[in-house]
Ligand binder design. Sequence first.
Ligand SMILES: NC(=O)c1ccc[n+]([C@@H]2O[C@H](COP(=O)([O-])OP(=O)(O)OC[C@H]3O[C@@H](n4cnc5c(N)ncnc54)[C@H](OP(=O)(O)O)[C@@H]3O)[C@@H](O)[C@H]2O)c1
Length: 438
Amino acid sequence: MFGMVYLQAGANLERFVVITTVLDHAADDPACVPATCRIGLLGLGTIGAAFARLTRDAGPHLSTRGIMPVASIALVRSASRPRDAADDVAAGVTDSADVFFTEPLDVVVEVLGGVEPAYTLVRRALDRGIPVVTANKSLIAAHGEELVTLARRRGTSVRFEAGCISGVPFLGTFERRPLASRASAVTGILNGTSNSILTAMTSGVRFDAALADAQRLGFAEPDPGMDISGRDAAEKLSILARLFGRVLLDPGTVPMEAISAIEPEDISAATAFDGAIRPLAHAAWAGATVRAFVGPARVTGVTNGVVIESAGGTQCYTGPGAGPAVTAATLMDDVIELLSERRARTLTPEPAKAATDVRRPDTSWFLRLTGDARRSDVADLLGSYGVWCTRVARRGDRTYVLTCAANTSRVAAALDAVRAAIGGTATAFPALDGDAAC
Ligand SMILES: NC(=O)c1ccc[n+]([C@@H]2O[C@H](COP(=O)([O-])OP(=O)(O)OC[C@H]3O[C@@H](n4cnc5c(N)ncnc54)[C@H](OP(=O)(O)O)[C@@H]3O)[C@@H](O)[C@H]2O)c1
């Protein structure tokens, strides 16, 4: 079957023979001589360098699985720049995609980041029947469905476990369990950087100082915009909605709030209400209707991870935030897994439908009010809009309120009235009780 596909795709016979060897013999029989797996790296930055190092260091261990990974060649933007990681790549680095694709490759690992040129280059690999493993959530959020379809047509695979909370590798497991993965909602902490910042803020550190610390310690990237704004989590949420809901959710349509909206006082108020503030991503779907948000939310009991709700019950996956070493290991596991599968993925999932109605869910709310907000007046005013309070507390010059579940537009109208009455500000964050608890 592989032979037919490769010959039809016009790929060279040498690659066909090598992949067949890896798939049909080595992975089947760990006792046999390990087959070399030639890996082309698209990108040799933080993750690419960690991956190249892993091919060298983990080789002896992986050979017991019948596979000897070798980083064959790496495509970079600036080939003339000296870099230590080049020593771990057999044919060195190139800035020419044509040179990269001249090298015989068994697998391409894409760690460029961004949508282009990653999209064009991944298509080029799949068109030649070369399987692709990627850590690039932006690429998969934008073109995941199309790339998976292209891979299937070419008789090969594209895998992206490392692109979506790689410290909690569960996508592969779910992919092989179609009934367990028929979910109706996912909720999770999908961005480790914003989680570490909000955790630091629990000890009273202000946002700017917590961000600077995260950057100094290497948790946050020099440009943490995607993490802080919620865009990174929205892209991961879109990947999860497609996998578990067969819903195509444009990350740009997900209501988002930056974690920079949070102040240390909000965190202590949430603690006083027996909760915490965490950077949450949530989506629940029914047909083309999606209720979703990304941003700081008041929660109880959440640790890092993702909660998946399905007819069979609620499942929770937790794990560490991902750094380069964890991401590189997850990429390598994807490489080994796809080579160990004796055939390409041929399962055809049900067609995905585009989400046409994406709005915030009607959750409970954690409100921060400034100005002249007397407890009973605020509770009465909110109640007159059908927004019922369960907790109200005055802390310094602010009033904090926890409400019952209430319709988003009703809450917006109530907050307008509250602002006018107290002559101050009124900010609402979603509050999830138990829903997201692991
Ligand atoms: N960093 C993490 O902890 C982490 C965790 C999980 C997932 N990821 C994902 O992994 C991917 C890579 O992240 P990273 O942190 O390794 O990025 P990075 O350090 O910026 O590395 C990007 C690499 O791609 C190359 N590159 C970029 N644009 C190119 C172009 N137009 N043509 C050729 N080469 C190009 C760069 O070449 P030069 O070296 O010449 O500049 C560099 O080697 C991203 O999708 C990211 O979201 C990262």
